[in-house]
Design a protein around this ligand. Structure first.
Ligand SMILES: Nc1nc2c(ncn2[C@@H]2O[C@H](COP(=O)(O)OP(=O)(O)OP(=O)(O)O)[C@@H](O)[C@H]2O)c(=O)[nH]1
Ligand SMILES: [Mg+2]
Length: 450
């Protein structure tokens, strides 16, 4: 789309080409043109030429990107909400683009602080209202409310703690508003697909680019809220430690049926002094434990940095797994070469978006849909039986698989349970796939760095 015409063999435009070119025609000198009009016309012509050149360069860039995209491997991460898709993506980024990931650490620090405060909020809600916990219990067991809250002394103690933590909670609300999409109802921190939430948390891409004064203003508001959060957390460290160390609090959480090991923020409660310190820098393990719910589809272009595979490229699409996000997966089916399907064997858990639906049952329904899809018939399917550590913990704590899956009559032990479900997933692929495909599976704990 260039103003310049195609050239003849000697690098000159032919007179007929010049004559026909609508851009040239538009800027032809009219008869009786004054000197002032001539200068104005030439300036306009030069502006148009500049704009055209920019469009040409943009098109060239887009063409190059499409060509690179055509050659690169395209992966699609699928699975229900909280299956671990974004965590697997972080593993890829840590392994293949460590320098880029290093620059993002600042973002994860704030997310982890918010995750920690979210867990504290959950505890406070339970303390305030033990008979109807704000977070429904994780499993479908119905346990009686805690008896310890009837005690007045205990109530007074929690009221004081809640009061002293209230400034921290209001700062958290401010930061949440900056980065989240407030319209989405969820227990978790939600972000819209795209990198803008990361830049709000201080991540500056190496590309940089000029910032307008408006951007400078909102950045300073955001930076202010984030440093308030850090300051308030440090000031609240002792209160948080007291709250978490209290055996009555633990007892009460246990009695409401909330499985604290399954909630991201609770992991950071085991390390309050470190995470609330003003100089806190998250480790890789912390970042893998951090939780941000994906809404929509985020596509990541990975250009490997390491020696062995430097310059190799692939595209990974990370999708939101909640039920109302699943229709946004379909446009990505066309292009995908391989699907990494995350299938935690959470046999005793319910979906957050519909507490009547068992998580593992839901995962199997999604898997059957993927196996039978004609659009995905050409795709390599790889299944990750993720959250193996949680499965182990659940089984060791005595939760019987047969209570949830009556057809299971094997031992209540990780190896046997995994083998049983693996066979069911494999059989669905064999039965439903439009053409034969190998069953490729791994047992993973995505929070452990590979
Ligand atoms: N213990 C344990 N936690 C995990 C594992 N994999 C992921 N998690 C945690 O589970 C939470 C949810 O993981 P995500 O990767 O955000 O889940 P997702 O599939 O991207 O979820 P959506 O974005 O809502 O679709 C995070 O706090 C992770 O740290 C695992 O193997 N073991
Ligand atoms: Mg996600």
């Amino acid at each position: 789309m260039s103003i310049q015409t195609r050239r003849n063999g000697r690098g000159k435009a032919s007179s007929s080409e010049l004559h026909d070119n609508p851009f040239i025609v538009q800027y032809k000198p009219p008869s009786g043109e004054t000197e002032e009009e001539r200068i104005r016309r030439i300036r306009k012509f030069q502006d148009a030429q500049r704009a055209s050149k920019e469009i040409d360069e943009g098109l060239q860039e887009a063409k190059k990107l499409m060509e690179r995209r055509r050659k690169a491997l395209k992966l699609l991460l699928l699975g229900q909400a909280e299956a671990g898709k974004s965590t697997v993506l972080k593993n890829f980024q840590m392994a293949f683009t460590p320098a880029q990931f290093q620059r993002e650490r600042v973002v994860w620090r704030t997310i982890i602080q918010l995750n920690l405060i979210h867990a504290v909020k959950m505890i406070i809600d339970v303390l305030s209202n033990p008979e109807s916990p704000s977070s429904p219990s994780d499993s479908d067991s119905t346990l009686p409310p805690s008896p310890c809250l009837s005690n007045h002394r205990v109530n007074r103690k929690y009221r004081r703690l809640r009061l002293s933590l209230s400034p921290l909670l209001s700062v958290e609300t401010n930061v949440n508003k900056i980065i989240s999409n407030a319209r989405v109802e969820s227990q978790d921190l939600c972000v819209r697909a795209g990198g803008s939430w990361k830049s709000k948390l201080g991540f500056r891409d190496s590309g940089g680019g000029r910032r307008s004064s408006d951007t400078d203003y909102s950045s300073s508001v955001e930076d202010g809220a984030i440093s308030d959060l850090t300051r308030m957390l440090e000031a609240s460290s002792d209160d948080l430690t007291t709250l978490w160390a209290d055996p009555e609090v633990r007892g009460m959480l246990a009695s409401t049926g909330i499985l604290i090991n399954n909630h991201p923020g609770f992991f950071f409660l085991h390390d309050i002094a470190r995470v609330t310190s003003a100089t806190y820098e998250p480790t890789d393990s912390d970042i893998l434990r951090a939780r941000v719910r994906t809404i929509g589809v985020e596509e990541h272009h990975i250009i490997c940095e390491g020696e062995g595979n430097k310059g190799s490229e692939f595209f990974i699409a990370d999708v939101g797994g909640a039920r109302n996000s699943r229709s946004s997966w379909i446009p990505y089916f066309d292009d995908a070469q391989a699907i990494l399907f995350l299938a935690p064997l959470s046999f005793d858990q319910m979906l957050e978006e519909d507490r009547r639906v068992n998580r593992l049952e839901d995962t199997m329904i999604i898997w059957r849909g993927i196996c039978s899809s004609a659009l995905l018939a050409h795709c390599i399917l790889i299944i990750f039986f993720n959250k193996k550590d949680i499965l182990q913990h659940t089984l060791e704590s005595g939760v019987p698989v047969s209570k949830y899956v009556p057809s299971y009559d094997g031992p209540n032990e990780v190896h046997a349970v995994t083998k049983y479900f693996k066979a069911r997933f494999k059989s669905s692929l064999k039965k439903l796939s439009p053409k034969p495909r190998p069953f490729i599976s791994y047992e993973t704990s995505a929070v452990v760095r590979s």
